[in-house]
Design a protein around this ligand. Sequence first.
Ligand SMILES: Cc1cc2nc3c(=O)[nH]c(=O)nc-3n(C[C@H](O)[C@H](O)[C@H](O)COP(=O)(O)OP(=O)(O)OC[C@H]3O[C@@H](n4cnc5c(N)ncnc54)[C@H](O)[C@@H]3O)c2cc1C
Length: 418
Amino acid sequence: MTAKKKVIIIGGGFGGISAAKSLANSQYEVTLIDKKNHHLFQPLLYQVASAALSPADISVPLREIVGHYPNILVLLDEVTNIDKDKKVIQCKSSKELPYDFLIVAPGSKPTYFGQDKWRQLAPGLKTLEDALTIRNKVLQSFEECEKNNSDELNFVIIGAGPTGVELAGAFAEIAYDILIKEFKNFDSKKAKIYLIEGGKEVLPAYSGKLSKKAQEYIEKLGVIVLTGDRVEEITDEYVKVGNRVIASKNIIWAAGNTTSALTKALIPDKEQGDDYADKMGRLYVEDNLSLKDYPSIFIIGDAANSKDKEGDPLPALAPVASQQGKHVAKQLLKEKSLPFQYLDKGTMATIGKYRAVVDFRGFKFSGLFAWICWCVVHILFLIDFRNRVMVFMQWGFAFFFKEKGVRIITENKYEHPE
Ligand SMILES: Cc1cc2nc3c(=O)[nH]c(=O)nc-3n(C[C@H](O)[C@H](O)[C@H](O)COP(=O)(O)OP(=O)(O)OC[C@H]3O[C@@H](n4cnc5c(N)ncnc54)[C@H](O)[C@@H]3O)c2cc1C
């Protein structure tokens, strides 16, 4: 009997988990390795940061998702290097594992455009730890104002992509709607929420019409939108944007992403880096998602620069990663190379309660109906039935009773890994 071929999947996010599920009960011996023990539904991370949901509502242990399949081994470890010629990966635990096929799906992380000292001052939103850090900081600031009889409270969110807009909307809801009745010495309506965008408009990746609509909605909620100026300085007391200095101890970074350090291990020669990776560090892939010159290594999700029909890079979105994971598995199951084609499922962002913008294959709409679509899609795409029920219940409760159930301050210090 011949030994089963080994497939290693690095990362149990949207890309990795869809590849693993598609390879369940197959002819391959699959190992899924992740440095976290859970799959995380990142699109709802901002709701953990704004105390609407608990961490467990949007995450599921990887072992629970695929650990019961006889041909899938789940390992909690960090992959630190890939030896492409020997076909071996190295882990932080010093474990070395050989592979026949490698699926690389380590996602991305926030980039501070060379200003790494800002990392500690302005946390990004990528992991559950990040979300809890932001939640703690924000809730603690309200408490400080109550203790000191102060109405001076500024939140600054840098970057007005979907994450920035969604966070700003959620903070406005907390400050201007939910907490208003609970403080005695502090008027939470006086808190200021700034949303800063270096480009000309909010949601720059959406059309002009939807960007304008989003800005109108977010300003109606009371958020101050500043566009066209880049952040020049961040300290633990203020942010400097153009000529303006905004005092704040609550600065959140939602301005840009780069790929994980691991993708660098796949670039053969640093001198030739530009031939292999784009400015965000995403690796260029062949039509079938394999790495140039290495047909047994596939790069998927946020780590890949894979092109659409027009030759533009596909966006860093969950459906892109999921479809790519499935596609790589399909090629392995059929043992033949097939070009990848992305089926565009549209993009959407919510702005506070009751408002959202949706771009569904050129059909653009906004408002209450868009918000209902946003809610339905996000419930449906949560990976686990329990998560769907929990999130549905939490949202129902918040909708009818205007409550944010998870306003708990816990002790944890922000230390963002490099
Ligand atoms: C706050 C936020 C909001 C978002 N909102 C939306 C949205 O509304 N709609 C949408 O479509 N997309 C959204 N996205 C983007 C979407 O989440 C990503 O495009 C998607 O998660 C990419 O999938 P992936 O599999 O490439 O990586 P990820 O899902 O990020 O998974 C990567 C996995 O790899 C693991 N890993 C990383 N490095 C290593 C290593 N060296 N060793 C072992 N494991 C490793 C990580 O722990 C992680 O589990 C959002 C992202 C964020 C951060």
